[in-house]
Write a protein that binds this ligand. Structure first.
Ligand code: CIR
Length: 263
């Protein structure tokens, strides 16, 4: 049984826009995105969160096809937030709504300088450590911005040699357990994380995109259709919530990217 304390009380999400069919992707899917199905999958995701935390939904922005991937627009720890300067130029219009919402909730918000880039999908917060993935979306200048926004934390850069973001390859599901993509990239990433967190235990995930799961309360939201992943999660004593996210996956989305969790 996990002892990880998950005290999140609220999740910010953002609806799927009609323009989602034009969202960014590393490799175009052979079958185009079905936006209606993407919206239904998103609704089921929101319903799974709603059982554990209050959900605040921001309206979609048709000019920002990727706006449902709200995780990338801010990093929040306690009452402090860093609103990012996303790596993809087409996503930079997404941050204004996140900033306005976080301010309205009373958070102390820093806004990143445009000289550096950062996607929230590259940030993994574990106790006093903030791991920052050096992916194609996040620049070295982000390390200083993150450090300045969250004093008292230690910022640890982590090489990301494949995939979109750090959390495409690793997520934390209990105080000690991390789902890690079973690949050379995943092994290097876990090496960096376990160098800082000695008690870290990997759960190696060979099934595609399966390492991106979201722990919220006593639930773990994970991608459906990965039987070996489901088997590995069973001993953790959490409530597994398998979700079919086929259309979000076509845009390189997973489970963490669709929300920002607030304490
Ligand atoms: C993008 O390429 O930016 C979006 N299509 C997917 C972003 C997924 N974000 C995440 O995993 N944090």
């Amino acid at each position: 049984m996990s002892t990880m304390q998950i005290e999140h009380v609220m999740a910010l999400v953002r609806s799927v826009p009609g323009s989602f069919a034009r969202s960014l992707c590393l490799r175009p899917a052979p079958v185009p995105i079905d936006v209606g199905l993407a919206r239904r999958q998103h609704e089921r995701y929101v319903a799974a969160l709603a059982g554990q935390v209050e959900v605040l939904a921001l309206p979609a922005d048709e000019d920002s096809p990727d706006c449902c991937f709200i995780e990338d627009t801010a990093v929040v720890i306690g009452d402090r937030a860093l609103v990012t300067h996303p790596g993809a130029p087409s996503r930079r219009g997404e941050t204004a709504a996140t900033l306005a919402t976080l301010r309205s909730l009373g958070l102390r918000c820093a806004v990143m300088a445009p000289q550096a880039t950062l996607d929230g999908g590259d940030v993994l917060v574990c106790d006093r450590f903030i791991f920052v993935g050096m992916s194609g979306r996040t620049s070295e200048g982000a390390l200083r911005e993150v450090g300045a926004a969250f004093p008292g934390h230690e910022v640890v850069p982590v090489p990301v040699a494949a995939g979109l973001h750090l959390k495409s390859a690793i997520t934390r599901v209990t105080d000690r357990h991390f789902l890690v993509e079973d690949s050379p990239n995943g092994r290097r990433i876990f090496g960096a994380v376990s160098g800082a967190i000695r008690a870290a235990l990997p759960i190696w995930v060979a099934e595609p995109h399966g390492a991106n799961a979201l722990r919220v309360g006593e639930r773990i939201l994970h991608l459906a259709g990965r039987p070996r992943l489901a088997e590995s999660l069973a001993p953790l004593g959490l409530e597994p919530v398998p979700l079919d996210m086929s259309e979000l996956e076509k845009a390189d989305g997973g489970l963490t990217c669709l929300s920002i969790l607030l304490l």
